[in-house]
Design a protein around this ligand. Sequence first.
Ligand code: BTN
Length: 337
Amino acid sequence: MNLELIAYLKKQSQFTPLPELEEKLELGRDQLFSDVEALIEQGYSIEFHPYLGVKLLDIPDRLLKHEIRDDLNTRHVGRKLQIFDQVSSTNETAWELIEADPKLKDGTVVLAESQTRGRGRMGREWHSAKGAGLWLSVVLKTSVPPDKLAFLTGGAALAIANMLQQFIHLPAEIKWPNDILIRGRKVCGILVEARSSQPDVYVLGIGLNVNQARTDFPESLRETATSLRLERPGARTLNRVRVLRPLLFYLERVYLQIKKKKWDRLAEAWSEFVHMGGKQVSLEQGGQEYQGTVVKVHPSDGITLKLAGSDEQRTFAAESVTNVRELPAAEPEQVEP
Ligand code: BTN
């Protein structure tokens, strides 16, 4: 692929005449034609006009290293990229890389076009269709106090929600502990893993649904899952590279705060995206279901409920609960006339 040609075309807002490209890139006409054709084959959208020349309309919706790096405004996260067409799980591949290379760089990002066994929380499966979303794992090498580990998930949720709101202008919300919702449907899941053989190393897995149509989701998920495309006005598709770059940038911002142990600042920013206070929820812990009103939610302390039918308040830690569901608001109590 002629990267110089891509870089030159990116700088032009109009058509570039062929003689100009020949001269600047020191290419013969045949070579220029064959390089342009090769780019089109790689998925670049290029307009060709016999008199006006060549114009680059868009980059491919593919995880190309040179495109992800182009304009990537980070110092650690995503500076090293490992990109695969298909893996079982990017989290698993990240662990293999960590184990194979003790010097693997902090912030290395593993990406795949598809996963055959993408994993979610509590042993669930994560549906990761080819090219439909961003399936990535970030290698984090940092020491986090045990009571603050949940900030890795919370920090990632904050970064993603912030990016979706500020960059894609969608009303993203964090559903404790690890989901990102848009208009009540799940668009993104986060899975942070640790291994006792690798102290101070974490794998942060992120699954972000980008371009799925409703029927691309398995039937069991159609009511509860969504994609950025489905939530955008006109259901317009997005180029995943254009979503990935700001995502890595926002992740790095949060990661630096985690490294600096800015817990209170992170918790405050995080709580702006959590709208669960006062809601009726149910959740499961140790095979038992609990229902109650949310009194407080905090990235590392957990969720505090005023349990239904009693005055007891109980706090649940993120790692111990499953199936957090919002319940329909309780009817106001009837007062006898
Ligand atoms: C969840 O909501 O349960 C968490 C889902 C996390 C899915 C991502 S996709 C990329 C990374 N690799 C995996 O196997 N899982 C995470």
